[in-house]
Design a protein around this ligand. Sequence first.
Ligand SMILES: Nc1nc2c(ncn2[C@@H]2O[C@H](COP(=O)(O)OP(=O)(O)OP(=O)(O)O)[C@@H](O)[C@H]2O)c(=O)[nH]1
Ligand SMILES: [Mg+2]
Length: 178
Amino acid sequence: MNRYKIVISGPFAAGKTTFINTVTEIDPVNTEAKTTHTNEAGIKDSTTVAMDFGRITLDGENVLHIFGTPGQFRFNYMWSILGKDALGIIVVVDSGERDKFDEARDMINFFRVKTDAPLVVALNQFENKDGLTEDEARKLLGLPNKIPIISCDARDKGSVKHVLLELLRLILARGDTY
Ligand SMILES: Nc1nc2c(ncn2[C@@H]2O[C@H](COP(=O)(O)OP(=O)(O)OP(=O)(O)O)[C@@H](O)[C@H]2O)c(=O)[nH]1
Ligand SMILES: [Mg+2]
């Protein structure tokens, strides 16, 4: 059995937990705690404090183990712990939160320094916001052309799978499992 460890990261409230919960075939492991800081509590009631975990069996031979990180910088020790031995990284970015793009860029760079595993940016399109296009987001993130950026809806299974398959394609091109 080939197991592929994939890490889902990105800024606060980008949709990381939603992304994992949408595709996992097992009951996900989530570590949500009540948001305490007023600026965060105004956005949502709970936040990931340690990790999310989900699993997808691709076929008889291949299974994805998907680990989600907390988004907030004060939990960044978990980014390193969860990022260890990851074969691929997905950074989820809320396409409508322009203020969070600097943070997203720092997270992308964090993982690019830590690991040479392939990285894909999932540009989460919240339908009620005026989201950036892939090209606009690429520019704002200063993303090199070799890093794919793919619009997605974290609540839509087909859309999340599409992002995962793009990452898997890059991983398979390198031939790694863990
Ligand atoms: N409308 C809309 N809502 C979304 C989408 N993706 C996530 N959400 C909602 O946005 C909120 C934030 O999603 P989470 O999945 O908790 O975000 P997160 O990145 O895990 O957040 P932290 O772990 O706190 O950093 C939740 O209430 C989701 O239901 C989307 O594509 N569209
Ligand atoms: Mg979360």
